[in-house]
Design a protein around this ligand. Structure first.
Ligand code: ADP
Ligand code: MG
Length: 591
């Protein structure tokens, strides 16, 4: 053998390995899910590259995963014909942490500790390659990348801070391409090397892997063999003298690869035959999520453009991502004819305000070597985008109509901001967005209401929808603008989220009723009394002039008004000016 070089793990890796082993001890079997998912990723990558470079497939055409078990020695071997790794990739991928799944795991671990959740939750996470050490004393990764003509072997042991990498020189052990991971099981975990056990785990964990997974299984078949009849029994009662031929059943045993998973991708199945659990499982596996989605939608469109899709509304927004506008997600996985193309194109398939929607989209009409440029110019994509957006809204509407009001409250809490952004960015879909909006109001300070609820509650002669923007329900409630409106028992929406006001201004109206800011001058409550106003103006005209003189440029004008009933005066914004709330926002932006 070529000499093995010794390397030290990045410090985080050692810590992570400890964490994994300590928190997943009751959930050891996840190691198989992780290694299969890596094999599947590696096959995806190879299949993708082979679309433009078919030469890549020449060394081994079949894209599959094979799991061999040796129960006597307690060894499991997982072999894939995927993209493999070069020497440098081995060191980068298996000696350092750069991976998203791992980061998520660390976060979940922290959250679940804080919430006092059980360890099961963590078991649902993508914890990656190192989970192999949950069950193994030693792990060997032999791998051959098409980029290199050499095969390398990575070897690590449980509880060690170093690993080794060497070149494979034994011709017997060379792979055509891909990766072979050998797990030398711990004494207490050798049970995992039983063929039936592995078969069960594969079925359980890998329903949604779209490559065939074969496991090494003992098979039996019965065959009939001819045997000569026992000569002592042969002659009876003067039967024929000839020895009679008889057949006997013999059971033959042998070992062979057995296909163990179902490879039909979920989205190709008939929606009528897929149940909610299956959709939820698919979601969790595909997006490395541990919470179930709030809603899902599975559909096929035919006609002009043909594609299939499964979409989801997550139940929680990504944490620590306040900047919903500028962050990139990997929420939409695009396939072309079942080949995974990329999860980088969500911006092309969904407007950014709907970027929280997750799902898979599989089209037969796009070229396999599709690029962002192609997507941006494609008429097909424009049609797809329209349909996807419509389906996304249907899904959200479905949540809003659910009997379980909490579901929508949850949605709104997590993604309400996105929809408000939609009011600003997507005029075309105002009709779909507006019914989904929720606000507090003067008559509903605890629970948010919809615009439909507002409209239903309008007075017979009320023409407009009233709102006031403020920084909280408490301050909205105390504004003097409300006095007269409340006297008339009219309802006023409280816009307490900074984005609310801009969103409403973009909508302009709902069901032919204009949104009216009650803090603006000229508020018409339909009860003008011109005579009275004239009288008042005469009586107090000079007072107004006097006040204006003293305030000078600080105000635009001082007027008699019927806006307030108990407060002596109120500061209002000009008809065309910014509202006080906007001014406050602008100020905040400049500091
Ligand atoms: P993740 O799968 O989230 O990236 P893992 O810890 O599971 O994290 O794997 C780390 C990296 O090691 C992978 O991203 C991949 O680059 C590499 N890798 C692991 N297993 C394989 C494999 N069977 N074939 C090719 N590369 C692999
Ligand atoms: Mg992985």
């Amino acid at each position: 053998d070529a000499p093995a070089e010794k390397y030290e793990y990045q410090a985080e890796v050692s810590r992570l390995m400890d964490l994994i082993v300590n928190s997943l001890y009751s959930n050891k079997e996840v190691f198989l899910r992780e290694l299969i998912s890596n094999a599947s990723d590696a096959l995806d990558k190879l299949r993708f590259l082979s679309v433009t470079d078919s030469g890549l497939l020449k060394d081994a055409v079949d894209l599959d995963i094979r799991i061999h078990t040796d129960k006597d020695d307690g060894i499991i071997t997982i072999i894939d014909t995927g993209i493999g790794m070069t020497r440098q990739e081995l060191i980068d991928c298996l000696g350092t942490i750069a991976q998203s799944g791992t980061a998520k795991f660390l976060k979940a671990l922290k959250d679940s500790k804080e919430a006092g959740a059980d360890n099961n939750l963590i078991g649902q996470f993508g914890v990656g390659f190192y989970s192999a050490f949950l069950v193994s004393d030693k792990v060997a990764v032999a791998t051959k990348s098409p980029k290199s003509d050499k095969q390398y072997v990575w070897e690590g042991e449980a509880n060690a801070s170093t690993y080794t990498v060497r070149e494979e020189t034994d011709p017997e052990k060379l792979l055509p391409r891909g990766t072979r991971i050998t797990l030398y099981l711990k004494r207490d975990d050798k049970g995992f090397a039983h063929p039936e056990k592995i078969q069960k785990l594969v079925k359980n964990y890998s329903q949604f892997v779209s490559f065939p997974i074969y496991t090494w299984q003992e098979k039996a078949f019965t065959k009939e063999v001819e045997v000569d009849e026992d000569p002592t029994e042969a002659k009876k009662d003067g039967e024929d003298d000839k020895p009679q031929k008889k057949t006997k059943k013999v059971v033959e045993r042998y070992w062979d690869w057995e296909l163990t998973n179902e490879t039909q991708p979920l989205w190709l199945r008939n929606p009528k035959e897929v149940n909610t659990d299956e959709y939820n499982e698919f979601y969790k596996k595909t997006f490395n999520e541990y919470l179930e989605p709030l809603a899902s939608s599975h559909f096929t469109t035919e006609g002009e453009v043909e594609f299939r899709s499964v979409l989801y509304v997550p139940s929680i927004a990504p944490q620590g991502r306040d900047d919903i506008i500028n962050f990139k997600t990997k929420n939409i996985r695009l396939y072309v004819k079942r080949v995974f193309i990329s999860d980088d194109f969500d911006g092309e398939l969904f407007p950014r305000y709907l970027s929280f929607i997750k799902g898979v989209v599989d089209s037969n009409d796009l070229p396999l070597n599709v690029s962002r440029e192609i997507l941006q110019e494609s008429r097909i994509v424009r049609i797809m985008r329209k349909r996807l957006v419509r389906k996304a809204f249907d899904m959200i509407l479905g949540i809003s109509m659910s009997e379980n009001r909490e579901d929508y409250e949850r949605f709104w809490e997590n993604f309400g901001k996105h929809l408000k952004l939609g009011c600003i960015e997507d005029r075309e879909n105002h009709k779909r967005i507006a019914p989904l909006l929720r606000f507090f109001s003067s008559q509903s300070e605890e629970e948010m209401i919809s615009l439909d609820e507002y409209v239903e509650n309008m007075k017979p002669d009320q023409k407009d929808i009233y709102y006031i923007a403020a920084d909280s329900v408490a301050s909205a409630k105390n504004t003097p603008f409300l006095e007269r409106i409340l006297e008339k028992d009219l309802e006023v929406l409280f816009l307490v989220d900074p984005i609310d006001e801009v969103a409403i201004q973009n909508l302009k109206s709902y069901k032919d009723k204009n949104f009216v800011d009650i803090s603006k001058e000229d508020l018409d409550l339909g009860d003008k009394n011109e005579e009275k106003e004239k009288e008042l103006k005469q009586e107090f005209g000079q007072t107004c002039d006097w006040i204006k003189k003293h305030l000078g440029d600080k105000v635009a004008s001082v007027q008699i008004s019927n806006r307030v009933s108990t407060s002596p005066c109120v500061l209002v914004s000009g008809k065309f000016g910014w509202s006080a709330n906007m001014e406050r926002l602008m100020k905040a932006q400049h500091t």
